[in-house]
Design a binder for this molecule. Sequence first.
Ligand SMILES: *Cc1c(COP(=O)(O)O)cnc(C)c1O
Length: 233
Amino acid sequence: MTTIAFNMQAVGQALEAAAAAAQRAPDSVQLLAVSKTFPAAAVRAAYAAGQRQFGESYVQEALTKQTELADLADITWHFIGPLQSNKTRAVAEHFSWVHSVDRLKIARRLSEQRPETLPPLQVCIEVNTSGETSKGGIPPADAADLAQQIRALPRLQLRGLMSIPAATDNPAAQRRAFAILRELRDTLNGRGLTLDTLSMGMSGDFPAAIAEGATLVRIGSALFGQRTYGAHT
Ligand SMILES: *Cc1c(COP(=O)(O)O)cnc(C)c1O
């Protein structure tokens, strides 16, 4: 078995264990394999082990990889990185999901640029739950307005909320940060939205995220190994 196939199995078991501990059904948590910085061969290995949803953070790197992997037609690509205006067209044309929408301007461009031949782009609003100014994401208090504005955009389908909390090894602190996103989702749904996605949890904190209701965890290094960052755009 390749290392990636082995890791896929171990992560799959850990997701099931975390779901069971939270008294949740195993299929209520989806695994998004975050392949940024890893080559197309790594995606192929995970694909061979059954993985179909992949996340990328750098537009140019992702487009190159998608071309190399064009024969794997049933991959669903998720864009999870910071998104600038000059990259929205490529994302609107080449991804099924965007998790990192945190401004109306970006949302409008994605809607305008989404090709008519494709289904609506599935989007999450990125929320900055820890108040770190260095991080992307909209403050929780502003999420309701942005959600209503996105709902009016014809080529986007608002699916939920995403967060990247401040890293901590403390499971109680991890859970508190994820609880903020879950409570915000519940508040918005109480006001008439129908958000079904909580995109939260990474390699270091996914059990806490699942305990707080994550429906999709974004996992990179636990599947593919340590990342080394080169030049990415
Ligand atoms: C890189 C990245 C991940 C994966 O992080 P790991 O710690 O390697 O699991 C998840 N979400 C986002 C937004 C990322 O950029």
